[in-house]
Design a binder for this molecule. Structure first.
Ligand SMILES: Nc1nc2c(ncn2[C@@H]2O[C@H](COP(=O)(O)OP(=O)(O)O)[C@@H](O)[C@H]2O)c(=O)[nH]1
Ligand SMILES: [Mg+2]
Length: 342
């Protein structure tokens, strides 16, 4: 488990550790499988809309047909419609064209498996999990435009760390709206985790400073910092985010563990420009892509993985705590194409 690798003995009772070990022995093959079934089912249902848009159309146009240039153009269109982005759609189709030639494939249906493989390869190129904790507090700063799903993602992460017996502290760094502080407060209450918050309109860097101080004093395992996302005042927001990052880094005496950009999957190709803008302000370490359940355009994952030099680390496929998943390229593509779990 993510957290226990680092703080296992201290934060989890010995009894539970033992139980876990015997579970592992019972199911040694588990580790090689993409995900447990419940987890996989959530992914499958979260990707339902994209599956209809993307995979069903690929199936339609490749059924009972020989491969020709027209087919490749149709495939390109389907990929673009699912928000893979022009660059990435062209790249994928070029790979298919090349492979079809090399492998002397003539039946269009055979392209489906190839497309799956090429998608996995592309998604795995930049893939990386959340960083393994090495030192307390493990600090995550969360950035992104308003409504992207930052606060919700923070709640889901806090829940996950809590499940792993970590002591979590949240920092209400979106001081721009009173509602935002309150919203994080509600989550903190519900989860029973601690919160550092100041008044509306106060300096978010001061909140972050207090949060780091508190995390050290209280021996928190994890600190997650929420931030504002008003892109209308882009310059101000970006300098505010840089300042928060600088203060946290200085007080921590090292680089933050994660600086996650939260991106709403329904925003389409705009997601790419958000990635570029935010990476100029803070050193992003990865992407959390939310609301995949609400869009038929999940192809954006491919565009992000291919065009930004950043790993998609987490995906949100619903509004339940469990709907924030570690991104797994193989499981993702398998869920999309409606394959069996392994
Ligand atoms: N369906 C769905 N809704 C989500 C997901 N993540 C966030 N949301 C919703 O998106 C809305 C905005 O989220 P919020 O966390 O307040 O965004 P913030 O402004 O970036 O902090 C809320 O209504 C969330 O419930 C997701 O993965 N799936
Ligand atoms: Mg928020």
């Amino acid at each position: 488990m993510f957290w226990k690798r680092m703080f296992g003995d201290k934060s989890a009772p010995a009894k539970e550790e033992k139980q876990e070990q015997s579970e592992r022995q019972d199911q040694p093959e588990k580790q090689d499988q993409p995900k447990e079934s419940g987890f996989f089912r959530r992914l499958v249902s979260g990707l339902e809309k994209t599956k209809k848009q993307l995979v069903s159309k690929v199936e339609q146009i490749t059924t009972g047909r020989k491969i020709d240039e027209e087919l490749f153009e149709e495939l390109e269109e389907v990929l673009i419609e699912a928000d893979c982005g022009v660059t990435t759609a062209l790249l994928l189709v070029d790979r298919l064209r090349e492979r079809a030639r090399e492998e002397k494939v003539t039946e269009a249906e055979e392209l489906r498996a190839m497309l799956r493989e090429e998608m996995v390869a592309l998604l795995e190129k930049n893939a990386a999990p959340l960083k393994t904790p090495t030192e307390k507090p493990y600090v995550i700063m969360v950035v992104g435009v308003n409504g992207a799903g930052k606060t919700t993602t923070i709640a889901k992460l806090a829940y996950r760390f809590q499940q792993e017996k970590a002591k979590v502290l949240l920092a209400a760094g979106d001081t721009f709206r009173a509602g935002a502080i309150e919203q994080l407060g509600v989550w903190a209450n519900r989860l029973g985790v601690e919160l550092i918050a100041h008044q509306e309109g106060s300096d978010p860097a001061a909140v972050a400073f207090d949060a780091i101080t508190a995390a050290k004093a209280r021996g928190s395992d994890v600190l997650i910092i929420d931030t504002a996302g008003r892109l209308q005042t882009k310059v101000n927001l970006m300098s505010e985010l840089s300042k928060i990052h600088r203060v946290v880094q200085r007080e921590l005496g090292r680089e933050l563990d994660e600086v996650l950009l939260v991106v709403d999957a329904t925003t389409g190709q705009n997601a790419l420009s958000q990635g570029k803008i935010f990476s100029e302000a803070v050193p992003l370490t990865g992407i959390a892509l939310t609301k995949l359940d609400g869009t038929a355009k999940g192809g954006i994952v491919l565009a992000l993985a291919n065009e930004l030099d950043l790993a998609v680390k987490l995906v949100g496929v619903g509004e339940q705590y469990e709907d924030l998943q570690d991104f797994d390229a193989r499981a993702f593509v398998a869920a999309l194409f409606g394959e069996a779990e392994n």
